[in-house]
Each structure stands twice: as C-alpha cells, then as structure tokens.
Write a new protein. Structure first.
Length: 210
C-alpha cells in the first residue's frame, strides 16, 4: 500500500503538470459555455466508505422543471459536456483528489452516497481500497457494463490487486480513452442509477470468463 500510494502521488503530480495547459483551456471553455461553477463537486464514498469531495469539470447545466425537479441528464448535458465525458477530460481534476489521498490512480470508481445502503456485504467490499480515477471495470466496458458485472469486477480487483495489475489497467485506460468506448449505458445519456439487488459476488465465474 505504501508503494501504491507513492506511485499515486508521483504519477498524479507528473500527469497534472503535463495536463495543466489542457485543464486551463477546458476551464475557460466550461466557464464560457456553462458559466460558473467550473467544477462539479460532490460527496462520494472513499476508502472504507468515508466520504470525501470529488472534483470533476462541470458537464451539465442546472436545469429544473416548473415544480423544481432536476431535469434528466439528457436534457442537462451540453455539447461541450458531452465532449468532455467522451474524451474523459472531465475527470482531470480528480488528480487533486489523488494527491490529497482521497483517491488512487487505479481502483473501483467512487459512486453515489445514496448507493451505500443498497450494497450487499459482498458488493460493499469495493470500498476496501481507495477509489480510482480509472479501474478494472472502466477498461472492461465502463458504463456499458451492468451493475452486477461492474461490482463483480470491482471486488475481483480488490482481491487480485498488485502493482502489475495497476500498470496494465493504466495502459488499457489510454487505449480505452482513445477509442471512447463504453461512455454511456444503452438507452441512457450517462448511466442508469443503481437501485439495489440480491446479487452476490462470484469470483470463480468472472475468472473463468476472463
């Protein structure tokens, strides 16, 4: 874990320095097209379920209907926001989360706080490691995966974690971003919300399927 944390900090600082000019341009474009705030900030569960503030570039407008209800993702997602999501540029501010210690470069993605009481004990094991900017599920289908598939892969990562696995995932992430695959779930502008289920982790089944 000490080595993983060291790799996270050094890697995040290097990537942040290289990406800083791109981040400045993205911030200016977001401000010009969507106004302020530039960043989307939301509390998410981290290591052992402890909450932290996650940072992303804003991709949606704050639009509500006449009754005050937030409109759907499809109605609020802007063309610029859609591009940021497809290119994964919206995730760059999470490098600050990595440096702070909230996140890792690689790990299960931090999901919504409202999902916490919906997890089975097996699914909740995804919080045994720090959440990541990218992860095994992200390079295995990302949002195109079902929730069951995603949670199985997340827990498999927890069980099989190694630095070699992290390096393979980082390399696969670069290819996945270039191909822009699995950005959305079929029939949704982003991804359908998790509503709970009776799913149980089956590592043997996932391992046999590759």
């Amino acid at each position: 874990m000490v080595v993983k944390r060291t790799v996270d900090v050094v890697g995040a600082i290097i990537i942040l320095l290289l990406a800083l000019p791109v981040m400045v341009v993205v911030a200016l474009v977001v401000c010009a097209t969507m106004g302020r705030p530039i960043l989307f900030v939301q509390r998410r569960p981290g290591l052992h379920g402890k909450l932290f503030r996650l940072y992303k570039f804003r991709t949606m407008l704050e639009l509500r209907d006449s009754s005050g209800q937030t409109l759907s993702d499809a109605q609020r997602l802007t063309p610029v926001g859609n591009f940021l999501r497809r290119s994964s540029l919206d995730e760059l501010p999470q490098l600050f989360n990595v440096i702070k210690g909230d996140m890792s470069l690689v790990g299960p993605r931090p999901l919504l706080v409202e999902y916490l009481p919906l997890y089975s004990p097996a699914q909740a094991r995804r919080h045994e490691l720090r959440p990541g900017i990218t992860g095994w599920a992200q390079v295995s289908g990302r949002n195109a995966l079902s929730w069951q598939e995603r949670f199985t892969i997340d827990v498999l990562y927890v069980d099989r974690w190694s630095l070699w696995v992290d390096l393979r995932i980082l390399a696969a992430t670069a290819l996945s971003v270039a191909r822009r695959t699995g950005i959305t779930q079929y029939g949704h502008a982003t991804v359908e919300r998790f509503r709970g289920n009776d799913y149980e982790y089956d590592a043997a089944q996932v391992a046999s399927s590759g």
